[in-house]
Design a protein around this ligand. Structure first.
Ligand code: KG4
Length: 339
């Protein structure tokens, strides 16, 4: 054995590098970009420039913390997509240069698959929390809301997905309407703790199957604020916690309704959650409630693996390495790619 994979993640605004040896994580370094805060969202050109500055120090630090010399690496796994093209190009180009200098193979990783396989990151030899196949994974982030049936490390079926906005987008856009900074999801989560979730009611979408929709909720939130602000210019200030609690409860209900239906129809009670929104306390609370009420065996990721990180890229790369699934040096990144 002694398979050592360096993982590189640069799909959006986090530059990350991680080292995994035989499936066990040795290091996971993440450098987040503060430069976007002033703009209320990620600015693609600034993101790729920051990746260029960060990538070498982040990789050096990941190797150092792992106690691994670059000559010991077996392969380099990198995020090929989906993501921002300029950001992906930095990670892809770095992986090409480094792997050809070291004479080792490259492994292209689908970012969405990596979020799901974050559940297989082992932090020590005797870490045995991994889900059993098949399981359902709710993948909820700033760009995705999907229900995935995970049959194996490489066989994953999207059985439901958003037809418009992602859950994280609903959090962030509604936060913006309330004048909260970007990303608003974690702020809504915090403010909601002091609020009454039954204070306001928002319509839930009626969509067939396991698909989601969040754009109607966003619009009804916007209209409520517009109407109430006409009567009281301090409406948002006075009701911020209640607005956050009610909005968050509605998003969580929408997510769980479809997930519960999928679990029941497919008779699968092993259920995981992944992606940035899996850090949300109400999402986690709902999973715990479902575990008690419906006998689900649940898998909640560690907070450090909810957002973009290279450990999930390295672990995905590790399983592809075991399958001899490598890519060639002329590989190009994909801004948009299905699971
Ligand atoms: O997976 P991720 O880091 O990357 C992207 O898809 O870009 O997810 C980021 C998303 C953002 O929309 C952010 O607001 C949301 O995850 N998020 C949260 C929480 N923490 C992060 N949403 C709700 N509650 C949270 N605690």
């Amino acid at each position: 054995m002694n398979t050592i994979i360096l993982g590189i993640e640069s799909s959006c605004d986090d530059t990350s590098a991680a080292v995994v040896r035989d499936g066990v994580m040795l290091s996971n370094v993440i450098s987040s970009q503060a430069v976007h805060e002033a703009f209320g969202g990620v600015v693609p050109e600034l993101a790729s420039r920051a990746h260029q500055q960060n990538i070498i120090p982040v990789v050096s630090e990941a190797l150092k913390r792992a106690g691994v010399k670059k000559e010991e690496l077996s392969a380099i796994a990198f995020t090929r997509g989906p993501g921002l093209m300029g950001s992906l190009l930095v990670g892809t180009s770095f992986a090409k240069g480094f792997s050809s200098a070291l004479g080792i193979p490259m492994i292209d990783v689908n970012h969405l698959q990596a979020h799901v396989l974050a559940h297989f990151i082992k932090e020590s030899e005797d870490d045995n929390h991994q889900p059993d196949f098949p399981f359902l994974c709710l993948l909820v982030s700033g760009g995705n809301s999907q229900i995935i049936k995970v049959n194996s490390y490489k066989d994953m079926e999207v059985i439901g997905q958003t037809i418009d906005d992602a859950a994280g987008e609903a959090f962030d856009k509604c936060a913006k309407v309330m004048g909260l900074p970007y990303p608003g999801g974690p702020i809504i989560d915090r403010l909601a703790k002091e609020g009454n979730k039954d204070a306001f009611h928002f319509n839930k979408p009626h969509i067939q199957g396991y698909n989601y929709s969040f754009s109607g909720l966003k619009t009804s939130f916007l209209y409520l604020l517009r109407d109430r602000l006409k009567e009281d210019s301090n409406f948002v200030e006075k009701n911020k916690s209640d607005l956050c609690a009610s909005l968050q409860a509605t998003i969580v209900d929408i997510l769980m309704d479809k997930l519960r239906k999928a679990a029941k129809d497919l008779k699968i009670n092993e259920v995981a959650v992944a992606g940035g929104v899996s850090a949300n306390s109400a999402v986690r609370g709902a999973f715990e409630e479902h575990a008690v009420r419906y006998g689900w065996k649940i898998h909640l990721p560690k907070f450090s693996f909810t957002t973009d990180n290279a450990a999930m890229v390295a672990i995905t790369g590790y399983y592809k390495y075991l399958d001899n699934d490598f890519c060639s040096i002329d590989v190009t990144p994909f801004a948009r790619v299905e699971l």
